[in-house]
Ligand binder design. Structure first.
Ligand code: GDP
Length: 139
């Protein structure tokens, strides 16, 4: 059993594909252990993406991530970090496999619909960034 953080980014919420994204998780057998809709502040977005603070796209990315509501979820399942990344597809949607969320719904390399933790350590940090223990259910 493993947990990961998933975010439906502002573009995904605006495109009305919250249900479509969740359907893909559930169809794959992934369980949602926590979920809420929020809007990030600038400080919140910069803290979440601190690992990217020296990248040229950092300010653009944090502006985008604060531009509208997002849906944050804790996903639970065996090997769920890798399974979620496979369902998401490559960061650049043009390189993403056919049938992935990003291939189907991304606008560009930045507005790519979903976020997913990439390793157990980042998952632990990212889940704790948005949820306390009482907000996460055992599935
Ligand atoms: P991820 O783990 O697949 O989300 O990719 P990264 O951790 O490398 O990047 C984090 C997020 O930054 C991506 O999901 C994109 O939204 C954005 N991003 C990544 N690369 C670029 C880029 O070259 N340009 C811009 N504008 N945004 C990018």
């Amino acid at each position: 059993m493993e947990r990961t953080l998933s975010i439906i980014k502002p573009d995904g919420v605006a495109k009305n594909v919250i249900g479509e994204v969740i359907k893909r998780f559930e169809t794959d057998g992934i369980k949602i252990a926590a979920m809420k809709m929020i809007q990030l502040t600038e400080a919140g977005a910069k803290g979440f993406y601190a690992v990217h603070k020296d990248r040229p796209f950092f300010n653009s990315l944090t502006d985008f991530m604060t531009s509208g509501p997002i849906v944050v979820m804790v996903l639970e399942g065996e090997n769920v970090i890798a399974r979620n990344r496979k369902l998401m597809g490559a960061t650049n949607f043009e390189e993403a496999e056919v049938g992935t969320i990003r291939k189907d719904y991304a606008t560009n390399i930045e507005k790519n619909v979903v976020h997913g933790s990439d390793a157990p350590e980042t998952a632990a940090f990212e889940i704790g960034y948005f949820f306390n223990a009482f907000e996460i259910q055992e599935r």
